[in-house]
Design a binder for this molecule. Structure first.
Ligand code: FNR
Length: 398
């Protein structure tokens, strides 16, 4: 539904005593969803690394920039869409890859896939999904979906995941670089809880023929009786999922083995963005993994302008970590992002209302962005530029 109609309908529904399925006040939504989670899920979803400073800065970073609305521009018509890797999107937003969603809802990734399809938002399937990519892809049909890859110690397994992504119609591979190890996640450590050891979030693996072969080989090294221990699958996963030896040279392997566009997720330095282009990559995601990896890291909104300058429009620049509303989206786009990815907020919607909750969160974000864009005097995404912002010093543009 178009933004103004949606807004009008929402107020009319209120007149009839009916409220939105999930709160548009996302601070409230987070509190409500967190209260509905198990302690383990709340720690895993909400938690970040160390003192949680990166999570904090991912938010305060946005406060350094203010939108400067312009008046008397004809903004009657609604044009918040973009094109990305051949897809026309209703809004410059994608759904982040988020692992282990079964911790908050039994339908997990499948609910997100269906909700994203309903509103035309591309969904990046997580390598740590609770539902195999083929099932989600089936539910999405022609709606755009990407696959996020963690590059494990087995190149055969990497290739197997990529082949499956190609076969189920994914239109890009997003390689996450920032998780060579799990960060120092104090909330998970305090509960000594790692969901993968409980067979959660490893559905891409357990449905994979190469992984199953690796498990059968590993079985020989495991005690014959695993009573009271994690499964052979979980133990095998924990030994091979990450690959700290990975370097820029490895990317040529992937480049040679797939024609799909490849995006690198986790870029925070302009030199790394330049290297991505030099290695023939098709896009980057400026991300610090929602503050889960390096405590005290640069926030993504601080990292973005210098990265956008070196990329200079050669490849799409996606952006995540800290997006909590339309104004954040507007600022990221003004500072050079092609589109943004939303993470935890849709998990809050999923927790409270399943598929409908995810759809509502995505729709709210798109509508908030559309209103912000037009109220700022921009007729389309192309009209949004650095001139639309000022940076805590009024002299900059006045
Ligand atoms: C993530 N993220 C993530 N990234 C990735 O590449 N693969 C994954 O499996 C996961 N899993 C995951 C689980 C949870 C619980 C969270 C919160 C995050 C990172 C995610 O894609 C994205 O970078 C962040 O979520 C963005 O930050 P915000 O907006 O959620 O704060």
């Amino acid at each position: 539904m178009r933004t103004l109609e949606w807004q009008r309908q929402t107020y009319l529904n209120g007149y009839l005593g009916q409220q939105l399925p999930v709160s548009p006040d996302w601070a409230m939504l987070e509190v409500q969803a967190t209260a509905a989670m198990t302690p383990e899920a709340a720690a895993y979803i909400g938690g970040g690394a160390g003192l949680q400073k990166t999570i904090e800065r991912n938010r305060t970073g946005f406060d350094q920039w203010q939108i400067v609305p312009r008046m008397l521009v004809n903004v009657e018509s609604e044009q918040p869409g973009i094109t990305l890797f051949g897809h026309t999107l209703p809004s410059p937003v994608l759904a982040c890859p988020i692992g282990v969603l079964e911790m908050v809802h039994p339908e997990a990734d499948l609910a997100v896939a269906k909700a994203a399809t309903e509103v035309g938002v591309p969904y990046i399937f997580s390598n740590q999904a609770s539902v195999p990519m083929e099932t989600c892809a089936d539910a999405m049909g022609d709606s755009p979906h990407f696959f996020q890859l963690y590059w494990s110690r087995s190149r055969d397994l990497v290739l197997s995941f990529v082949r499956r992504a190609e076969a189920c119609g994914c239109s890009a591979i997003v390689v996450t670089l920032d998780t060579t190890f799990l960060g120092w996640r104090v909330k998970d450590l305090a509960l000594a809880h790692l969901p993968f050891l409980w067979d959660k979030g490893i559905a891409q693996y357990t449905t994979d023929p190469v992984f199953r072969h690796i498990v059968s080989q590993m079985r020989a090294q495991l005690p014959p009786d695993l009573t009271g221990l994690p499964t052979a699958e979980a133990l095998t996963f924990s030994q091979i999922y990450n690959n700290p030896t990975l370097t820029w040279d490895d990317l040529s392997f992937l480049r040679e083995h797939t024609k799909l566009p490849i995006l690198l997720k986790g870029i925070l330095h302009p030199d790394d963005a330049r290297k991505a282009i030099d290695c023939g990559m098709d896009g980057i995601v400026v991300s610090n993994h929602g503050g889960r990896q390096v405590d005290g890291s640069i926030s993504t909104i601080e990292a973005l302008p210098a990265i956008a300058d070196v990329v200079a429009g050669q490849i799409p620049v996606l952006f995540d970590s800290g997006i909590r509303g339309g104004a954040d989206m507007f600022k990221a786009i003004a500072l050079g992002a092609t589109a943004v990815c939303v993470g935890r907020p849709y998990v809050w919607g999923l927790t409270l209302a399943g598929q409908a909750g995810v759809r509502e969160v995505l729709q709210q974000l798109m509508n908030d962005f559309d209103l912000t864009m037009r109220l700022a005097g921009c007729r389309s995404v192309a009209d949004i530029s650095r001139e639309s912002l000022t940076q805590n010093q009024l002299t900059r543009i006045f």
